[in-house]
Design a protein around this ligand. Structure first.
Ligand code: FAD
Length: 486
């Protein structure tokens, strides 16, 4: 079971004074009624919950700076929050923490299609960034499946990816600059319209730092002209391993699809019942999408067909119309919702070298049988970013523990084959204690020293990313902090 540090009693005892100070700084933005703060007790890792001390919903960078300065001065932990869709528990608070939520910070500040950029407040949702430039035939490429809800600030914190990131890269490859508020209230600008300047790549450090270094309040993002056309193909296989081998062959051949998505039979069946997309009844399928002019699309799809036939696919369905394309994507886009119908699930997120896909899928099957828990696979196969979904029953005693143990074994397997504990969902609290699988003590110490520079008192999202025992001495060194065991 995942642990959180005990709340600091010296903070809890000053609750009313803290709330008053926050209200004085930003009127009309503070929520402290326990019935309302409960809405912020978890993110999409809903197995773990804790209501915060208070929630504040500022509207401007200046308001965030004032709130941070107060929390810094009063020694109050802060948890930044976008839309709360993190699957790693990154936005889960502790009882002594103030949540600073950016849901009211949704403005578009500037659009410059000539310079291919947009500047937005960080609470704006991912999809509505593309929506803001759709009329000019531009789009913002990173497309997490949660894009209707998740916010750009959360995307930056988690360095989020999505189905189309195989070609366009993830958030860090599409981020030009940020305005960020440090824990003491200092406002810093990193990067800008031209991207990161000379000197250390601090923008690269901030992107993916999981709300540990500062609160991003504004972001300058790369936007791209929409491609002339795009067409997906659906390829069905009689085994997951064969589908995995086909992915490796496509990548090896040097074709650059915009997306290669994988679904196995438990996932296909669940999404079919949920969305009626017309998927074939097979053991695994790939959705491969290519972009370009009509002749470019034809050429790439012909290459993909030539590769696929060598794996004896049970189905090769090339889209011929907008409606067919929509139906091919329909099941994939509704996969997470559909899996919710099967029971409670933990959605893992690890990366592996693409060539290891067949071996890893076979091993996940073995582990699933050993633990007696179903695992459904749906993921961005082209860049080796796996999302095994472990189905369990939250009401069955011990089931969550077993599911977590299975998840840990699968993530260890990802590291063992040369991959990584996280591809896009981040470490949060979910994978915090597995960090020692991937990193030596000296590596973790170096990473924590980076946090020391930005947040010397370890007030910002400080129970995330690093194993609690590894980071305890830093949290305990906070002025006024009461030392506690992890
Ligand atoms: C159904 C579903 C599908 C998903 N699909 C994908 C996917 O395809 N790809 C993918 O990458 N992820 C996916 N996710 C995970 C999640 O949507 C992403 O991690 C997303 O970027 C989180 O954004 P958010 O605004 O909800 O952030 P939150 O959940 O609110 O916060 C996430 C983390 O960012 C920090 N944070 C939030 N805002 C800021 C800020 N302004 N400044 C500093 N730190 C901040 C928080 O403290 C926390 O640590 C999915 C989630 C769900 C529920």
């Amino acid at each position: 079971m995942m642990q959180m540090p005990e709340p600091d009693p010296t903070v809890l005892s000053r609750r009313q004074a803290i709330v008053t100070a926050l209200r004085d700084a930003v009127a009309g933005a503070v929520i402290d009624d326990p019935a309302e703060t409960r809405a912020y007790e978890c993110d999409a890792l809903s197995a773990y919950r804790c209501a915060p001390l208070a929630v504040v919903l500022p509207r401007t960078t200046d308001e965030v700076a004032r709130l941070m300065a107060i929390c810094h001065e009063l020694g109050v932990p802060v948890v930044p929050r976008g839309a709360g869709t993190s699957l790693a528990g990154g936005a889960m608070p502790t009882a002594d923490a103030v949540v600073i939520g950016l849901s009211r910070m949704t403005d578009v500040i500037e659009i410059a299609t000539g310079d291919r950029l947009i500047r937005v407040q960080a609470g704006r949702t991912n999809l509505s960034v593309s929506g803001a430039v759709d009329g000019q035939d531009f789009f913002y490429a990173p497309d997490p499946s949660s894009q209707l809800a998740c916010a750009i600030g959360g995307n930056i914190a988690m360095n989020s990816g999505g189905a189309h990131c195989l070609k366009y890269g993830v958030t860090t490859n599409n981020l030009l600059g940020v305005t960020m508020v440090l824990m003491d209230g200092t406002v810093v600008e990193l990067g800008g319209p031209m991207g990161e300047g000379p000197g250390l790549d601090l923008l690269g450090v901030v992107c993916g730092s999981e709300g540990q270094l500062g609160i991003v309040t504004e972001a300058t993002l790369r936007i791209l002209p929409k491609p002339p056309g795009a067409r997906p193909v659906l390829i069905g296989f009689d085994s997951s391993e064969t589908a995995g081998a086909c992915v490796a062959a496509i990548i090896r051949a040097g074709v650059m699809p915009v997306a290669i998505e994988f679904m196995d039979s438990p996932c296909i069946r669940a999404t079919e019942e949920f969305s009626h997309a017309g998927y074939p009844d097979c053991e695994a399928l790939l959705i491969v999408e290519v972009e370009g002019t009509a002749p470019e699309i034809d050429e790439q799809l012909a290459l993909i067909r030539d590769i696929a036939v060598t794996f004896d696919p049970v189905e090769f369905r090339e889209s011929r119309s907008e409606d067919e394309s929509r139906r091919i994507w329909l099941g994939r886009k509704s996969a997470f919702g559909a899996m919710g119908q099967l029971g409670d699930y933990i959605c893992l997120d690890g990366t592996i070298p693409v060539s290891a896909l067949p071996q890893v899928l076979a091993r996940i099957g073995d582990l699933s049988r050993d633990y007696g828990l179903s695992v459904a696979n749906v993921f961005h196969a082209g860049d080796g970013n796996m999302h095994p979904l472990i189905i369990y029953d939250a009401n069955a005693p011990g089931d969550l523990d077993r599911a977590e143990a299975l998840g840990a074994d699968i993530l260890r397997l990802c590291v063992e084959v040369g991959g990584c504990l996280t591809g896009e969902h981040g470490v949060g609290i979910e994978k915090r204690d597995l960090m020692t699988t991937q990193y030596a003590a000296a590596d973790l110490e170096a990473q924590m020293r980076v946090k020391d520079v930005f947040d010397p008192n370890w007030l910002l999202n400080a129970a995330k990313v690093f194993p609690l025992d590894v980071s305890a001495s830093r949290r305990d060194a906070r002025p006024n902090a009461t030392p506690h065991a992890a």
